[in-house]
Design a binder for this molecule. Structure first.
Ligand code: ACK
Length: 217
């Protein structure tokens, strides 16, 4: 085993600190609970259950994440494409351990995942891999940083990587001009994009302190 190789982590990202981590988790639970009670949502519950008329208990459907982060680079211990270059990037080295504010601008729910969309600052975008969006079919035209998100929960058997893909899917529909049914909520406006895809654009972004670091598991 080469020491050089084991040094590269599973992934890099911004890790939400306390109490921001708890604040975001609570806001997400509130949103999901409220969504579940809306007539507009109940009308489309078959998207989740596969059966007409059958209601879904979203809190049962999803398993919430305990500690939250926004992945920048999935390095897979050096096996992912560009992992070594990212680890050696001076901007990455310089920012390692630094704290900044993440701005959460939307919540989204699909039958697979619950996530928060993150709007990155210019400085934060320097840490965003160039191919994060272009490597995903169907997301090629979306702006750099579009995939930035915090995974809040996944349905049984769903891997967290799905959350960013679900976000890109919704953003591609938005870009095509698809504006589903709109429901005004206290927190912002909620749109339905078909096939169980919902996005709440927050009236007030949620600010969360986060530390840029890496994880080995
Ligand atoms: O919720 P996430 O962003 O989705 O955070 C986790 C983290 O890395 C550790 O698994 C993300 N992840 C997993 N596989 C990939 C991948 N192939 N591309 C991008 N992100 C990934 C996952």
């Amino acid at each position: 085993l080469q020491l050089e190789e084991v040094k590269i982590p599973l992934f890099y990202g911004w890790f939400l600190m306390s109490p921001a981590n708890e604040k975001v988790k609570c806001s997400a639970i509130d949103f999901v609970k409220t969504l579940d009670t809306l007539e507009a949502f109940k009308k489309h519950s078959a998207d989740f259950t596969g059966k007409a008329e059958k209601e879904v208990d979203l809190e049962q459907h999803f398993k919430a994440k305990a500690s939250l982060h926004c992945t920048t680079k999935f390095s897979n211990y050096g096996k992912a494409e560009g992992a070594k270059e990212y680890a050696q990037n001076l901007v990455v080295k310089d920012h390692f351990g630094s704290v900044s504010e993440l701005s959460l601008i939307a919540f989204f729910v699909t039958p697979r995942t619950v996530g928060a969309r993150v709007s990155l600052t210019k400085e934060q975008l320097q840490l965003w891999p160039v191919d994060a969006e272009s490597s995903v079919p169907g997301a090629t035209g979306l702006p750099h940083g579009s995939r930035a998100h915090v995974t809040l929960a996944c349905a049984a058997g769903v891997e967290a990587v799905q959350t960013g893909l679900d976000l890109l899917d919704i953003l591609a529909l938005q870009k095509d001009g698809q504006q589903g049914e709109l429901v005004e909520m206290e927190l912002g406006s909620l749109s339905y994009y078909g096939e169980g895809r919902w996005m709440l654009a927050l009236r007030e972004p949620i600010c969360a302190s986060a530390c840029f670091s890496s994880s080995y598991k």
